[in-house]
Design a protein around this ligand. Structure first.
Ligand code: FES
Length: 73
């Protein structure tokens, strides 16, 4: 279960979501969820194209692709 906290700063509320390795959450982007900031799928009942933001924590550190240095053309 993700750890979700909220904090207000300068009149704006921020949400902080901490995930365990391998956890996945759907974050609401339509602002109609009763469980905001989590998506409760209520967006499916409203017009518009917004769906959730899917965030998934890696199970373990995955190797990052290495960048090749650019060569002068
Ligand atoms: S309920 Fe808002 S995006 Fe799903």
């Amino acid at each position: 279960m993700p750890n979700i906290t909220s904090a207000e700063k300068n009149g704006h509320i921020g949400h902080f979501v901490k995930l365990q390795p391998g956890e996945k959450v759907l974050l609401c982007r339509c602002y109609k969820s009763a469980t905001f900031p989590l998506c409760d799928l209520v967006h499916q009942k409203h017009e518009g194209t917004f769906g959730p933001l899917v965030v998934e924590a890696l199970k373990e550190a995955e190797p990052q692709p290495t960048r090749q240095p650019s060569r002068p053309g």
